[in-house]
Ligand binder design. Structure first.
Ligand code: SF4
Length: 182
């Protein structure tokens, strides 16, 4: 017991010697840290969001083959953080609609879009997803996914090249507040 008392007194003496005449305000440091965290959090979250766009993994028609090429080493989409295709809408940021959209698929596409967390983005990839493409006058294919979902960026072509998707995603980054790097 006496040993404990001696140790406590020694600690108090050491503390008093280290502090000297300065006033101790232990909460000041944490208050400053809190302010710093608040100041940095939003820009950091925005930066992370812009630079890690995770696409939803699904394809509708032949444009999906180009979507697969997008994952090849030649395009190097990983360099921009685009390549983490997610198999669940709950972990995806961007829906890439690749291929024609039949009327029977609309409820499924809408459901997947609704399951994505905010903020979420849509890229229409290819002529079919943009405007119906060769099936413009088809009885069962809609004239573009923008009739169903809010499209942020269009990448045209039949088929569009994987590089077009790369460019579209860079445009999307710019649109959501990111800075395009060379
Ligand atoms: S745009 Fe061309 S390549 Fe793409 S899904 Fe339509 S027909 Fe196929």
């Amino acid at each position: 017991m006496a040993d404990n008392e001696n140790a406590r007194k020694e600690l108090e003496r050491l503390l008093a010697a280290s502090v000297g005449d300065r006033e101790i305000k232990p909460n000041v440091m944490f208050a400053k840290l809190s302010e710093l965290t608040k100041a940095f959090a939003k820009p950091m979250v925005d930066w992370a969001r812009v630079n890690s766009l995770w696409p939803l993994q699904f394809g509708l028609a032949c444009c999906a083959i180009e979507l697969m090429s997008f994952g090849s080493p030649r395009v190097d989409a990983e360099r921009k953080g685009y390549l983490l295709f997610r198999a669940t809408p709950r972990q995806a940021d961007v829906m890439i609609v690749a291929g024609w959209v039949t009327k029977s698929m609309i409820p499924e596409i809408k459901r997947m879009y609704e399951q994505m967390a905010e903020p979420k983005y849509v890229v229409a990839f290819g002529e079919c997803a943009t405007c119906g493409g060769p099936w413009w006058e088809s009885y069962n294919i809609i004239r573009g996914i923008d009739q169903v979902l809010p499209v942020d960026v269009y990448a045209v072509g039949c088929p569009p090249r994987p590089e077009d998707l790369y460019l579209a995603l860079m445009k999307l980054q710019k649109r959501i507040g990111g800075k395009i790097e060379d």
